[in-house]
Design a protein around this ligand. Sequence first.
Ligand SMILES: [Zn+2]
Length: 256
Amino acid sequence: MIVETEAVVLHSMDFRDTSKIVTLYSKKFGKIKVVAKGTRNQKTNKFGSSLEPMTHSSVVIYKKEQQDLHLLSKSEIVTSFSRMQTDSERMFTGLGLIELMNMVMHNEEENERLFLMLAASLKTIDTAEKNAVNVLLAFMVKMFDQFGFGLSVDSCVNCGRETEKNEFTSVLLRLSDGKYNCPHCSEDLTSTGTKIAGESLKSLHYFQLNTIEKSTALTFTASMRDDLIAILQSFLHYHIDGIRTLKSLTLLHSIQ
Ligand SMILES: [Zn+2]
């Protein structure tokens, strides 16, 4: 069956002498693996740079029934993100996004909303004036929502004090259900959770309520950004078995 779809390139590796196996996150089929023949020789490569990781391309695939490796017959760039190639913060943030997608998504499970969010996120990383790294944080918050284990941080789970109307110094966030106990309620011996700063809580709430494009409006100190990354990684580890730490996040840490 010949199919056409838009896709973001997540990963690519050499295959046999002249080809590559490319992992795509596609609009119609979710994560899908294809063989791109002749790509390793400039003369025979008909795909140009449309198969570079993080590129948003339009692809035609010869999709085989009952198989998990398909054949790529055509690929053209829809959007290439030039600033992501030259600016290390943008690059590591973009790499973090595709690494995350490649790690958590199963093969051939369609999720058009997630695809659109991925494409919009890459575009925002490329065009944002500042704070590009926030896109990855906001993406994780929104992805958790889509997976059904999202944060639930409008108000304290116990007394109902609202996040936006209070200045909590810190709260106890529960990884199990994404709810939190405010400082007035954390004294209770039965409250458990990961202690996070009130400011971090507000940022997570902001990411959840606002679009990906708006995520770059927040400016963090390096330590606050690291705290947020740590919280979101803990959340990911808690809910998805066998997930390793994102390599790109370690690289991001090293450039600050
Ligand atoms: Zn409370």
